[in-house]
Design a binder for this molecule. Sequence first.
Ligand SMILES: Cc1ncc(C[n+]2csc(CCOP(=O)(O)OP(=O)(O)O)c2C)c(N)n1
Ligand code: SF4
Length: 249
Amino acid sequence: MSALAQKQVFKRPDCLKENLFHFCPGCHHGLIHRLAAEAVDHFALAASTVAVIGVGCGVFLYDYLAVDCCEAPHGRAPAVATGLKRARPDLFVFTYQGDGDLAAIGTSEIIHSANRGEHITVIFVNNSIYGMTGGQMAPTTLAGQKTTTTPAGRDPARDGYPIRMAEQLSLLPGSAFIARVSCHTPRHIRQARRALRRAFQAQIERRGFSMVEFLSACPTNWRLSPGQAVERLENEMIPAFPLGIFKDY
Ligand SMILES: Cc1ncc(C[n+]2csc(CCOP(=O)(O)OP(=O)(O)O)c2C)c(N)n1
Ligand code: SF4
C-alpha cells in the first residue's frame, strides 16, 4: 500500500460522541457542533473545557460533545461563562447560543461580556428565527421575512431592522476576535474552521472576548426544503449579514 493510501484525511473528532443528532434534515447545528468538536481536539482542550449552553435547538450539546457542559438560562450564557472563567482561569470556556438567545433576551449579557473583554469564546448560531419554539421573529429576522409572529413579513417600520451582532461587538474595545462565517458549502466550512480556531486561540492567549457568528439554515421554520434553505442562505442571508473577519487581534 502506498504512503498516500495510508494517510488518514478524515475522521470523527475525538470529542464528538457517537450519538445521532436530533436536528431536522438540513439544519446546520450539526455541522457547527462538529466544527466546535474539531476545534476542541485541535488544541487538545477536551479535559479542560466547559461549554455553556443557551436555550434553543442547541440545548442538547451535552449529548454530542464529550466536554463538561453547563446549561444557562435563556440569554445568560455569557454571564455564566464569565463566572466560570473568572473563578477558574485555567478552564477553556465557550458558549453556544442561538440568535433569539444571544441577540434578544441576552443582548445585555453579550454586549457587556464583550465590552469587559471577558476571556471567553462565543459560538453564535444565527438562523434568523426562533427555531426551537416554532418560528417566531428574532432580532435577526430579515426585512420581509415571514415568521409565525410576522405572517405578512417583518416590517422594519414596525419591527425594527435585523441586528448585525458581529459588527456591533467588533466596535467594543474588549473584543479581540470577531468573525461571521457560514457552513453551507465545503469552502465555507473550511473558512469557518479557520475562524473558530482563531477565536479559540484568542482565549488561549488571553487576548479578550472572541466570537464566531455562524449563519445557519432552519429549513423547518423557513418552510423550505434543505436545498432551498441553502439557496436562501446564499441569496438572502449573506447579503444581509456579510461574511468576514471584523476584528482580529
Ligand atoms: C426566560 C425564557 N424565555 C423564553 C424561553 C422560551 N424559548 C426557548 S428557546 C427560545 C428561542 C430559541 O431560539 P434561538 O435562540 O434563535 O435558537 P434556535 O432554536 O433557533 O437554535 C425561546 C424564546 C425560555 N426558555 N426562557
Ligand atoms: S427547528 Fe430549525 S434550528 Fe431547530 S433543529 Fe430544526 S432546522 Fe435546526
